[in-house]
Write a protein that binds this ligand. Structure first.
Ligand code: BTN
Length: 260
């Protein structure tokens, strides 16, 4: 049975400016500092915000939500670690659904509204011999920013969609409470099938034919889901299922329909 005590957001530190909230939390953890589970570090501005792989995360000062939190999901086996990404994505989607529609989760780490990227997640797990020691979950959610640098592909903010301005503190508290609910439910559940289904229901381009690129080839395939290991499951043109880890494949826009 779940207790009443809040985990995520049990403590929160705000920086007006910092390099990266993920980097900061990881430094504290590596230095062996006591960090209570659920602690959040948030920032008004990041000077070296990080995205997936070697990407940067650029976010205008005081316009958006940029924060990271730490959880210690020792109850999850390393092979199931993608469930963390799934519940975080579902939590963000639930928050957004209070304000807008047409929300999709683009594997592996983007949340889209109207096919445009509103949010990115950077989830960095530290494994040890016993399992997952900690997970640093970084979230960049575009709230009030109106213009974006040209190099960012199809960005959008909630304000650009709805025309409203958002109170960042209020939205942050709402989102944290929702993430806490998802994490607590995960902690006290041993059946993840409902979560896998909800994730699939929101999966961008689920059951659609999409163009993909790997190091070796460019091809069309139907998205059939994301398995418990976090691999994208595709059905290729021969009807066979193929699975790809997130470093192995990229979805491609194919406006000229040149993908075969
Ligand atoms: C991505 O889309 O590639 C992931 C973006 C993650 C951005 C957030 S903002 C808060 C946290 N701190 C970082 O440096 N990155 C994450």
């Amino acid at each position: 049975m779940a207790g009443n005590k809040k985990i995520i957001g049990s403590q929160c530190i705000h920086f007006n400016e910092i390099d990266s909230t993920n980097t900061h939390l990881k430094k504290l953890l590596k230095a062996g500092e006591y960090i209570p589970e659920g602690m959040v570090v948030k920032a008004g501005f990041q000077t070296a915000g990080r995205g997936m792989a070697t990407n940067q995360w650029v976010s205008e000062r005081e316009k958006n939500l940029t924060f990271s939190l730490v959880v210690c999901p020792s109850f999850i086996s390393p092979e199931n670690q993608f469930i963390i990404t799934k519940i975080v994505a579902l939590g963000i989607a639930e928050f957004l659904a209070g304000y807008t529609g047409d929300i999709a989760i683009k594997w592996p780490n983007d949340i889209l509204v109207n096919d445009q990227k509103i949010c990115g997640m950077l989830i960095e797990n530290k494994l040890n011999e016993k399992g997952i020691e900690y997970s640093v979950i970084g979230i960049g959610l575009n709230m009030n920013q109106q213009t974006f640098p040209d190099e960012i592909s199809r960005p959008v903010s909630l304000s650009a969609i709805t025309g409203d301005q958002y109170d960042l503190d209020k939205c942050f508290n709402q989102l944290i409470n929702i993430l806490d609910k998802w994490y607590t439910d995960l902690k006290y559940s041993d059946d993840y099938s409902g979560t896998h289904q909800k994730y699939q229901d929101l999966l961008y381009r689920y059951n659609e034919t999409v163009c993909f690129k790997t190091a070796q080839r460019r091809f069309r395939a139907v998205i059939r889901g994301v398995d418990k290991y976090g691999q994208l499951v595709l059905r290729n043109i021969n009807g066979q299922l193929e699975r790809f880890g997130f470093k192995a494949i990229e979805m491609e826009h194919d406006p000229g329909h040149t993908c075969r």
